[in-house]
Design a binder for this molecule. Structure first.
Ligand SMILES: *Cc1c(COP(=O)(O)O)cnc(C)c1O
Length: 394
């Protein structure tokens, strides 16, 4: 009856999938900091510091900025359930899996979705958003910044302008982009944005940074009824995270707040621009190397998210077999395809700490070896050579 279980000793991995990415050693160390009470003055100072750091990384002065307990999806749910009331019209860009998830949550909130679709692997077109906004007169327009199911980076500036002119609120999902690409909420006029800690921020999963403009806060205050979710009610979260009197709402995970605090310090020490440039350079080298091996990028140039590259799996190559061998022989995790790309594409993430020259060369070498073993024709070393050329130019 009594079974014993061993101490956890998972094998070392290089995380190059769609998230989680490798956490910075400094972040892991911060997580061993002792617990504090959730209303301890010292913990409140750490919370305030975390919010200050978040504002810098989001590029915003928004008062209502904080990390919600839960992963990126908790951020998505918080963003939507606080703002969307029954009967509200919401325009949602859907060009992949996560746009579909937004539409699902909007409907659960009683909102009426007008979908603006684009094929998987393409960006949403501004003309299509403009047409939808004109016909639906929405309260909110929701767009995914980096669609992790396809690897598309959505241009936001033109869409933001269209949404602004209509008077609607503009929401962007920055789960994968924050820390890897400029999100610049205030410059772009984004009213609501949320993220997750385990992608380009280099932390463990578990918190969802979120930010609301004053206009968005006003929409929350003007609700006819209470927010249906107690746990994600931003009014209650705000009363705990800011102001003179801090009111208990739920016990936040101190360890995760310590982790986020440290990961944001790491991000800002590197410098936002340097960090974005690093993501761009490594992705460029990966695409060059993969193309040389005969693995074609799915997304067209100019629309590729530097933190996640999708590539076509060549004919005759077994998706699962190669990914299993990457794990077993090399300790490397990459992602399989999601939705319509299942079995057809690989998703290679270069996010946060995982986005390094070393990892680019490592995954290309491993793929060259495994594809050659599987009978795919390629000249030995071409992928690594092509990637190295990009690095030597940089
Ligand atoms: C990962 C991701 C999510 C969901 O985040 P979880 O942390 O898995 O809950 C939402 N949107 C996008 C674009 C993502 O990449």
């Amino acid at each position: 009856m009594t079974q014993s279980y061993d101490e956890l000793k998972p094998s070392p991995r290089v995380l190059l999938g769609p998230g989680p990415s490798d956490a910075s050693p400094r972040v892991l160390k911060a997580m061993t900091t002792p617990m504090l009470g959730y209303l301890d003055g010292e913990f409140i100072r750490i919370m305030d510091g975390t919010v200050g750091l978040l504002r810098q990384v989001f590029g915003t002065a928004n008062r209502l900025t904080l990390p919600v307990s839960g992963t990126g999806t908790a951020g998505m749910e918080a963003a939507l359930c606080n703002v969307v009331e029954p009967g509200d019209a919401v325009v949602v860009g859907i060009n992949g899996y996560f746009g579909g998830r937004i539409a699902d949550i909007v409907q659960r909130c009683g909102g009426v979705v007008t979908a603006v679709e684009a094929p998987w692997g393409s960006a949403i077109r501004v003309e299509d958003v403009a047409a939808a906004v004109k016909s639906a007169n929405p309260k909110l327009v929701a767009i995914i910044h980096a669609e992790t199911s396809t690897g598309v980076l959505q241009p936001l500036d033109d869409i933001s302008q269209v949404v602004r002119e209509s008077g609607a609120l503009f929401l962007t999902d920055c789960v994968t982009s924050l820390g890897g690409q400029p999100v610049d909420l205030d410059r772009r006029g984004i009213d609501i944005a949320y993220s997750g800690t385990q992608k380009c921020l280099g932390g463990p999963p578990g918190l969802a940074p979120i930010s609301f403009s004053d206009r968005a806060v006003e929409a929350i205050h003007n609700r006819a009824d209470k927010v249906q979710s107690f746990y994600l009610d931003m009014n209650l979260l705000e009363a705990y995270w800011s102001g003179e009197t801090r009111t208990y709402h739920h016990t936040v995970s101190m360890s995760l707040v310590y982790a986020l605090h440290e990961s944001l310090r790491v991000v800002l020490e590197e410098g936002l621009d340097a960090r974005y440039a690093r993501h761009e350079r490594n992705a460029k080298a990966l695409v060059a190397g993969a193309s040389a091996i005969g693995l074609k990028p799915i997304v067209g140039e100019g629309f590729r998210a530097p933190m996640l590259t999708t590539i076509d799996i060549p004919d005759g190559i077994d998706d699962v077999e190669i990914r299993n061998r990457l794990i077993d022989d090399f300790g490397i995790e990459i992602g399989g395809g999601l939705g319509i790309f299942k079995g057809k594409a690989w998703r290679i993430g270069l996010m946060g700490e995982s986005s390094t020259q070393r990892n680019v060369l490592l995954v290309l070498s491993a793929l060259e070896k495994l594809l050659a073993d599987a009978g795919h024709k390629l000249e030995a070393g071409v992928g690594v050579r092509a990637a190295s050329e990009v690095f030597s130019q940089a």
